[in-house]
Write a protein that binds this ligand. Structure first.
Ligand code: GLU
Ligand code: ZN
Length: 300
């Protein structure tokens, strides 16, 4: 009988600023899930969207994870080092006629979207345009159809999306030539042999698109768990955009204790002042993600 494959999870922050509380929450959940299964936990820096990267942020993120005792396995994977790989796979999809160039401008699309009932779904304007010899700046979209993509989320149960109705032909390469997150993440998860993805609920809607690409590329679909996102009192996600503060590096044990509380793990009060390593080892042996079942957001 073949040996059971090693659980391989990952954390994939974008270096758009220092780690904030909400990202660390997701990191801790994915770390605990991997470690409680004696699995590997890999780190990937999602730095493909070059204009959004902040210089030095990746190093700050690595340092923060170390201070918090979230040690990763293997070497760090940087998307920016994999551009040839992404372009080769994109070419393959192009050759298989699964993509088409789209020259629509944001302005044209936002005009159409105001008149459409489901916003943000591309109406397929460029899909059947004949190829032209000259090639104006364009994005590349993948052709989708009325297929249903379903998966079993570890916390939210069965999720099913009709791709055409929910997502339409989505972008694989932007007009500025940058590879879209949806394509990059599918290639990365495949290259890193990821068996389990634990990430925020805000990405749940992206999963059917990623599974669709996995199917087209013959890649295995990992298991998915979408943990709640941390929101402020107004219900807004803590993110760099809402100016969420970087985590306090001077009091890692306090931060971890609070994160464990928000992960519904009920850490014992005696551990309130324990060093991070002790807290993490308690959390690893008591980790019970089922306590997060069906939760989409948790306010801090
Ligand atoms: N880099 C993405 C983010 O920061 C996460 C990607 C993923 O986990 O699939 O939201
Ligand atoms: Zn178009």
């Amino acid at each position: 009988m073949p040996a059971k494959e090693t659980y391989t999870g990952r954390f994939a922050p974008s270096p758009t600023g220092p780690l904030h509380f909400g990202s660390l929450y997701t990191a801790l959940a994915s770390f605990l899930e991997a470690r409680s299964q004696q699995g590997k936990w890999l780190l990937r820096i999602d730095d493909i969207d070059i204009p959004r990267n902040i210089k030095g942020a990746a190093d700050v993120i690595l340092k923060t994870l170390e201070i918090f005792g979230l040690h990763w396995d293997d070497s760090v994977y940087y998307q920016s080092h994999k551009l040839n790989d992404y372009n080769d796979i994109l070419k393959e999809l192009e050759n298989r006629k699964l993509t088409y160039p789209c020259t629509c401008s944001r302005k044209e699309l936002s005009y159409i979207h105001t008149k459409q009932t489901s916003p943000d779904i591309y109406p397929g304007i460029c899909r059947d345009k004949p190829a032209t010899a000259s090639s104006p700046p364009h994005a590349l979209r993948v052709k989708t159809g009325n297929c249903i993509i379903s998966f079993q989320d570890d916390l939210h149960g069965l999720i099913s999306h009709n791709l055409a109705e929910r997502h339409g032909d989505f972008i694989l390469q932007r007009k500025d030539r940058i590879i879209a997150y949806q394509l990059a993440v599918v290639i990365d998860d495949h290259r890193q042999n990821i068996t389990h993805v634990v990430r925020g609920y805000d990405l749940l809607d992206s999963t059917p698109k990623q599974i669709y690409l996995q199917q087209k590329l013959g890649f295995r679909t990992p298991e998915y768990m979408h943990v709640p996102i941390i929101v402020d009192e107004q219900g807004y996600k803590l993110s760099k955009q809402t100016c969420a503060q970087a985590v306090d590096l001077k009091r890692p044990h306090q931060v971890i204790f609070e994160l464990l509380t928000l992960l519904k793990q009920n850490p014992p009060a005696e551990l309130q002042h324990a060093p991070p390593t002790e807290l993490l080892s308690w959390a690893q042996s008591h980790w019970n993600p089922a306590l997060l079942k069906n939760l989409r957001a948790i306010s801090r």
